[in-house]
Design a binder for this molecule. Structure first.
Ligand SMILES: Nc1ncnc2c1ncn2[C@@H]1O[C@H](COP(=O)(O)OP(=O)(O)OP(=O)(O)O)[C@@H](O)[C@H]1O
Ligand SMILES: [Mg+2]
Length: 242
């Protein structure tokens, strides 16, 4: 394996609050890694900095050895980073396929017209939405909105996919489907950083887990070992999350 992403001393301050405090870790190509921690510990802020939605206050982000810190979201997307949002962001009056087509325009291959429509169909099929392409996005059920959000992210043909609580709010059956979908991404060789509170999903999907608390990284290692770490149990798992 080779290194895809490296964070070094990554820091974000909002006024007097240090939301992310000197966080360093790296991801090997093809890894699926969990990023865990209590509410407000800085996980989404880390994803926002990697994807260019927020500029870091300090530290460095490198993708394939190249510094990307401070670039805007579109530049970073073209370099192969895609994300989903904690709250689904769709264009409800457009069809499901059109939602994916708009994402393709920002992707690495910049498709449009017939080629974009065909690619959109393929991405929708990959997430189990082949039959819903011509429906308005606003009419989708919650899990299908989640699937569409994933198809939009995949449309950018990412090397690195950042998932922010993509499994949150799914019922047990849907959760199984969602986990299988993420497993299929791993089989396609996509590197995934997964922010998630659903521990069964973390155990099923992630070989490695990184844990944050109050902006700092407090653990980073094989998932089973990390979840037994006394500091992790005290800071995160002990308060009813387990
Ligand atoms: N744009 C912002 N401006 C000011 N403060 C912010 C901003 N974004 C996040 N914060 C603060 O930074 C801290 C970390 O927030 P963040 O959203 O990264 O946490 P999180 O680990 O994703 O939490 P959750 O599990 O609840 O999603 C919180 O105290 C939050 O209120
Ligand atoms: Mg968050």
């Amino acid at each position: 394996m080779s290194e895809l992403l490296a964070l070094t001393g990554l820091t974000k301050r909002f006024g007097g609050l240090t939301a992310v405090n000197a966080v360093s870790f790296s991801l090997e190509r093809g890894e699926v890694v969990g990023l865990l921690g209590p509410n407000g510990s800085g996980k989404t802020t880390v994803l926002n900095m990697i994807s260019g939605f927020l500029p870091p206050t300090g530290g460095r982000i490198a993708l394939n050895g190249e510094a990307i810190s401070g670039l805007g979201p579109n530049r970073i997307a073209r370099k192969g980073v895609a994300r989903t949002f904690q709250l689904v962001r769709a264009l409800p009056s457009l069809t499901v396929a059109e939602n994916v087509v708009t994402a393709l325009a920002f992707g690495r291959r910049k498709l449009w017209g017939k080629a974009a429509h065909e690619a959109a169909q393929a991405h929708l099929a990959a997430v189990g939405l082949a039959g819903r392409a011509d429906q308005p996005a606003g009419s989708l059920t919650y899990i299908d909105q989640k699937r569409m959000e994933l198809a939009r992210a995949l449309a950018a043909e990412p090397e690195l996919l950042l998932l922010d609580e993509w499994l949150a709010g799914l019922n047990p059956t849907e959760l199984r489907t969602g986990i299988d979908l993420i497993l299929s991404l791993r089989e396609r060789g996509i590197t995934v950083l997964l922010v998630e509170h659903v521990m069964d999903a973390i155990r099923a999907l992630c070989g490695r887990a990184i844990v944050m608390n109050a902006g700092r990284k407090i653990a980073d290692g094989p998932t089973a070992e990390t979840l037994r770490d006394p500091e992790v149990v005290r800071a995160y798992l002990g308060d009813g999350h387990a």
